[in-house]
Design a protein around this ligand. Structure first.
Ligand code: 5GP
Ligand code: 5GP
Length: 248
């Protein structure tokens, strides 16, 4: 009697845990934010930045991440600790990722730590729409190639030259050039000037198609922001050591 009771309790507990696991890891979100960062602004802070050991990134927007989101502005994160980042699954994408998804965090790294973080925090949540690690990275890199933000801004006379630009003209230029109204986030340079740090675009759950944003991220930019340069030698390889953050 006692053993059949504890067996039934064990089965119930097992089923409950399985259900919890399904709810936590498989909750389906509504869309992705595809977030790109301006390296000049990431580096142009009191804290500065470190170039990856693979070399100084090009003077171009680079990927921060592809983030599952709900229409109400909340988002899931760290959905599946059972699927940690596995570098061997993206070996064919590493060269593209080094160019388009470099890490500017300190100390200098080979970018893997950044990709690992983005996969664990955001990528594992996209398993609920059928994306495995390879598909998640491949789609993210493909999205970067679909819309050339720097070209769009330059075509509108908005250049990374240290000048200040109206946020509304940045938004309008991107909407005109890409067809989609962006979200904009800023940070401060060492003199507390606000500068253009990140541009958010929205993508459907297939991770292949840009869409109008169901909800824009809260903007923390004033009406005018700086668009700083990213060094004169953009594109030229330059190695950095962990102890020597790069100043632009
Ligand atoms: P911050 O507080 O600097 O805006 O964001 C810190 C981190 O929280 C981001 O790098 C990202 O990982 C996550 N995060 C911030 N805002 C959002 C959002 O709207 N959606 C998702 N999915 N993640 C976000
Ligand atoms: P998130 O803000 O996405 O949650 O966290 C990003 C993490 O990756 C932070 O720990 C940040 O220090 C690190 N990181 C490394 N390189 C970069 C980079 O180039 N951009 C951003 N935003 N974070 C980076």
């Amino acid at each position: 009697m006692k053993s059949s009771l504890s067996l039934s309790m064990f089965i119930k507990l097992f089923l409950l845990l399985a259900l919890l696991d399904i709810c936590v890891s498989k909750s389906v979100f509504d869309f992705f934010y595809f977030v790109q960062q301006w390296p000049g602004s990431y580096c142009d802070t009191k804290r500065s930045c470190c170039y990856p050991i693979t070399g100084k990134p090009a003077s171009n927007f680079s990927i921060h991440g592809l983030w599952p989101n709900y229409n109400n502005g909340s988002w899931p994160s760290d959905c599946n600790p059972k699927h940690p980042f596995n570098q061997s699954q993206i070996s064919d994408l590493v060269s593209r990722a080094q160019t388009s998804w470099p890490s500017l965090g300190c100390p200098s790294s080979n970018n893997i730590k950044f990709w690992k973080h983005e996969w664990s925090k955001h990528g594992t949540c996209s398993e609920s729409v059928g994306l495995d690690q390879h598909a998640y990275f491949q789609h993210t890199l493909d999205l970067k190639d679909q819309i050339d933000l720097l070209q769009i801004l330059q075509d509108a006379g908005i250049k990374p030259d240290g000048s200040f630009y109206n946020v509304s003209s940045i938004e309008e230029a991107i909407e005109k050039g890409s067809g989609y109204f962006p979200g904009i986030r800023c940070n401060f340079d060492a003199s507390r000037n606000s500068q253009l740090l990140e541009i958010y675009l929205c993508v459907d759950k297939s991770a292949t198609r840009f869409i109008d944003c169901p909800i824009l991220p809260h903007s923390n930019c004033p009406s005018q922001v700086e668009f700083p340069t990213f060094g004169a030698d953009s594109g030229i390889l330059q190695l950095a050591t962990p102890s020597s953050p790069n100043y632009i």
